[in-house]
Design a protein around this ligand. Structure first.
Ligand SMILES: [Zn+2]
Length: 131
């Protein structure tokens, strides 16, 4: 069984805030979703913690289950003309998704940091390992 390399909850919370999961001082991103190569404060190699598609799947899961599914309980959503309801629903959903995605990615990288998963471990977690 894998051991937790660093405290899990503080690492995830620092990542959710967009900060380095180790020190919490340096910024995690240098652009919207681009991870800094190294932390400016503690010099941790941030680029070696993989995010891949995990944050996108988790963001879709969160928005889909917490926002879209409950919206369908309101009759105005499916009784109103699509020309009005679709833009009124899809635009805020897209904005919410874009707002949540970097936070989820930061939390994901914080979790990878806490669990000690690095990009060099990728061959251990894929079907390519069989080849
Ligand atoms: Zn740091």
């Amino acid at each position: 069984m894998a051991e937790i390399a660093h405290p899990l909850i503080p690492s995830i919370l620092r990542g959710l805030k967009g900060c380095c999961p180790s020190c919490g001082d340096g910024p995690l991103f240098w652009k919207y979703l681009k991870v800094n190569g190294r932390c400016e404060a503690c010099d941790l190699d941030l680029a070696r913690y993989p995010a891949d598609d995990g944050p996108a799947y988790l963001t879709i899961l969160l928005v889909g289950h917490l926002i879209v599914a409950p919206l369908l309980f309101f009759p105005i959503v499916w009784r109103s003309p699509p020309a009005y309801s679709l833009p009124l629903i899809l635009l805020p959903l897209a904005l919410l998704t874009l707002l949540i995605l970097p936070r989820v990615k930061g939390g994901w990288i914080g979790m990878m940091y806490a669990l000690g998963v690095k990009d060099s471990d990728a061959r251990l977690h894929t079907a390519d390992a069989i080849d």
